[in-house]
Design a protein around this ligand. Structure first.
Ligand code: GRE
Ligand code: ZN
Length: 355
């Protein structure tokens, strides 16, 4: 499929690239590092070769979220966002931006989100899970009440918030001791992020800010598969398991969440997600440079789903969610693919009549 839009696609700066070093075997680090630091060369060539028109870029992980000092977290966010804005300005037809945010201070985060959306033209934010904060040994999760003014601002700005994985803190990772292979994308990333997302759903956040939209990668971090069981059990436990939110957890999942295909190129998983959250809330992504663009695109382009769903997931849902219409119109015309499903039929009829 031509004209795909991909939105969990990372870059690094010199002072964040080392955060990704532990995720590649030594012999692959040279390659991964080069991919992270590149934007306009190899990346663009990969996009051209595999039908990706637009990447919505974000900083690598955990970066800002792992900086316990508030001021340093804010400083890195600003520098990363300014750098990204410059890159987007060079090719706004091929790259757009998601903001890095210093969630260590909810007010700073809200102000930086406003700056990124209102001044730099970013499309939303991507945050790498919980934040570390000096003076507390606990991971800070964003269902806490002090974040609600931040969420109000995200809703006001219409800015989707991508909740991206990171590993749990060592003190919270006893279950993985001696099983390093379970850390990172193989398991711990998804577990960590799914629980964070469930905390948001149960907190009542989406009753207060019903237009808020959260994006999860990796086909929803396991949640489509697990959602029914969460609600089914809580229904039975009623009073003991009461949570602040008003509705069933799955209702928030279906109304306040989008999921992407990043790093989970499996048709069986996609079809389950389509049955649970619906094709309107699934978005194509690769997870470059941690995953290969050809793996993502070759799989997605031939996955056994309808062509209408492929267009939605590959392009149209992202255009609607991020308001990308005005950017992509020109190349959509070039590709001779229309969002109007009748256009090809009309062209065909006209050609037949002429013939
Ligand atoms: C990611 O950010 O998506 C990521 C990492 C490290 C390993 C794999 C991966 O940060 O997908
Ligand atoms: Zn990622």
């Amino acid at each position: 499929m031509q004209g795909k839009i991909a939105l969990e696609e990372h870059f690094a700066m010199d002072d964040t690239v080392k955060d990704s070093a532990g995720f590649a075997p030594a012999q692959d680090w040279v390659e991964l590092k080069a991919r992270l630091l590149d934007i306009h060369e190899r990346r663009l060539a990969e996009m051209d070769a595999h039908g990706i028109e637009l990447m919505v870029l974000s900083l690598n992980a955990p970066a800002v979220q792992a900086i316990p000092d508030r001021n340093r977290a804010l400083d890195l966010s600003r520098r990363a966002n300014d750098f990204l804005a410059e890159q987007v300005a060079r090719r706004p037809d091929r790259f757009q931006g998601l903001a890095a945010l210093p969630m260590q201070d909810p007010e700073d985060a809200a102000r930086e989100l406003d700056r990124c959306v209102s001044t730099l033209g970013f499309r939303g934010a991507l945050v790498n899970g919980f934040s570390e904060l000096a003076g507390t040994e606990h991971a800070i999760y964003y269902d806490r009440k002090e974040f609600w003014p931040f969420w109000a601002e995200a809703e006001r700005l219409g800015a989707p918030f991508y909740l991206h994985p990171r590993n749990p803190l060592a003190k919270d990772a006893a279950i993985y001791e001696g099983h390093r292979w379970l850390l990172g994308p193989s398991w711990a990333f998804g577990q960590e992020t799914a629980v964070h997302a469930l905390r948001l759903m149960g907190s009542g956040l989406f009753d207060a800010y019903p237009r808020l939209q959260i994006i999860l990668g990796h086909m929803g971090e396991g949640l489509p598969y697990a959602m029914w069981r969460v609600d089914n059990h809580n229904k039975w436990m009623r009073t003991q398991n009461a949570y602040p939110a008003k509705r069933k957890i799955a209702e928030y999942f279906r109304e306040n969440f989008y999921i992407t295909t990043s790093g989970n190129f499996r048709t069986q998983a996609l079809i389950d997600a389509m049955l649970e959250i619906g094709a309107d809330r699934i978005l194509f992504s690769a997870d470059w440079p941690f995953e290969n663009i050809d793996h993502a695109a070759d799989w997605f382009d031939t996955a056994t789903i309808s062509e209408g769903d492929r267009r939605k997931i590959g392009r149209d849902n992202a255009r609607a969610l991020f308001g990308l219409g005005e950017i992509t119109i020109q190349s959509a015309a070039e590709q001779k693919t229309s969002s109007d499903p009748m256009e090809e039929t009309r062209e065909h009829l006209v050609r037949n009549r002429r013939a």
